[in-house]
Write a protein that binds this ligand. Structure first.
Ligand SMILES: [Zn+2]
Length: 428
């Protein structure tokens, strides 16, 4: 493979350096490196980050290829600066066997745009009744370490306990979609002032918080790791903060949309704002930002949830829940966290690459930008300003809540083990 010289980038937003990539690894990080026969990428004014890692992506294949495939989803991921994504298990069939997770893993390798680490279902068919073959999925070629029934909550406390006990044997983690089912029957949006004014069924904060409280206690009881998906309320933050203060093995993620958008948007009745967990209040948004800044929330995860237009362009009550997010995640984090002064770019590298890779025990990603490391890298132009136009998305779906919004920053280049997957903001 040929050499690539990234010239004059601010590494993690700090010192200006040249970075020489030789084949699949970073050969040298220094000043004034002689280009020789290397291809030069002029990166003055740009930020160099380790390739982003998403713990929570819905790639929809197998079964819903009308909304996304592994290929289109990993293209969207590369455009967004990601070099690895965890593919959620709520496919058709469900990823609850070694056969299905190996299929997804293989499709990811064939795509070549981004590493795909399959997430295995916790229970057979996501039905919450019987543990899936966790050990077989872990021992498969896919090497599953993260298990989740995401989309559904593992609400049976005994099943949750058994799953936590089971994954302990191989240092796995259970990622919980915290939603008490009885408290959210018929829920259409956040329960609060807006839901009562609109007369829509409310999704109370306590439905999320009660499950998180139970699960951090269970994780502590069995001495295992639990990860909380898409925290959305100020109360959830308080519980995770308390659990961490006890020294329990609890991690948590927040989505970009929960860092920016509030339930006031539901007044438009535009189903593009319908998502699970729902958009919450301004006070929740501010608590989530603060928690991501102080490390209570470990990482950002997109919950990229593509849907075809017929499932979203309909009345609110009938619309599917979810938003695409891979291609806008970094821009939303820049706007809500960096441009507000809450974290710096080294913080972005930590929350969007290092920590999600650690939680997923994903080798080769979330590594320092230094010699000898795999060349999984993302180059960002933070001065860029652009209006989101979903017509240009690499994703097969268009259900973004940011259409027509100006967002800062753009990924100019993404490198997966030294191969450029994105060049000048376009797929290579
Ligand atoms: Zn979920």
């Amino acid at each position: 493979m040929s050499k690539i010289l990234i010239r004059g980038a601010k590494v993690l937003g700090g010192e200006v350096r040249d970075v020489l990539i030789d084949g699949t690894v970073i050969e040298r990080v220094d000043t004034d490196i002689d280009a020789g026969d290397a291809t030069v990428v002029a990166a003055e004014g740009q930020i160099l980050l380790p390739g982003l890692v998403d713990l929570h992506t819905h790639l929809r294949e197998p079964g819903r290829e009308d909304s996304e495939t592994v290929l289109t989803g990993t293209r969207a991921a590369a455009i967004g600066g990601f070099t690895a994504v965890h593919a959620m298990a709520n496919t058709f069939p469900v990823a609850d066997t070694a056969g299905v997770v190996e299929q997804v893993w293989r499709l990811g390798r064939e795509s070549g745009y981004c590493d795909v680490q399959p997430v295995g279902a916790v229970t057979v068919g996501l039905e919450g009744k019987q543990l899936a073959e966790l050990g077989a999925m872990h021992d498969s070629a896919a090497g599953v370490r993260v298990f989740s029934d995401d989309g559904k909550c593992v609400d049976d406390a005994v099943i949750m306990r058994r799953a936590l006990e089971y994954v302990k044997a191989f240092d796995g983690v259970v990622a919980q979609h915290a939603q008490e089912p009885r408290l959210t029957e018929g829920a259409q949006m956040n329960e609060g002032i807006v839901s009562s004014e609109l007369g829509l069924g409310g999704w109370p904060a306590v439905a999320e918080e009660s499950i998180i409280a139970r699960d951090v206690l269970l994780a502590a009881h069995v001495g295992s790791r639990v990860h909380i998906c898409h925290l959305s309320t100020a109360g959830s933050v308080e519980i995770v903060r308390w659990a961490k203060s006890k020294g329990w093995n609890v991690t948590a993620e927040v989505t970009p949309h929960h860092l920016l958008l509030t339930d006031e948007l539901v007044r438009t009745y535009d189903p593009v704002y319908k998502v699970n967990p729902p958009l919450r209040t301004e006070a929740d948004v501010l608590a989530l930002r603060e928690a991501l800044a102080d490390g209570t929330i470990d990482c950002v995860a997109t919950d990229h949830a593509p849907h075809p237009h017929e499932d979203k362009d309909c009345e609110w009550a009938a619309a599917a829940m979810g938003m695409v997010g891979l291609e806008t995640a970094l821009s939303v984090v820049q706007q809500t966290m960096v441009d507000t002064g809450l974290i710096d770019w080294a913080g972005v590298a930590d929350r969007m690459s290092v920590r999600p890779a650690q939680i997923g025990r994903l080798a080769g990603h979330g590594r320092p930008v230094s010699a000898g490391e795999p060349a999984n890298l993302t180059l960002v132009d933070p001065a860029y300003r652009g209006v989101v136009d979903p017509a240009g998305f690499a994703s097969r779906s268009r259900n973004t809540p940011y259409q027509g919004r100006e967002l800062p920053g753009r990924v100019t280049h993404t490198f997966l083990r030294g191969r450029a997957t994105v060049v000048d903001g376009n797929l290579a």
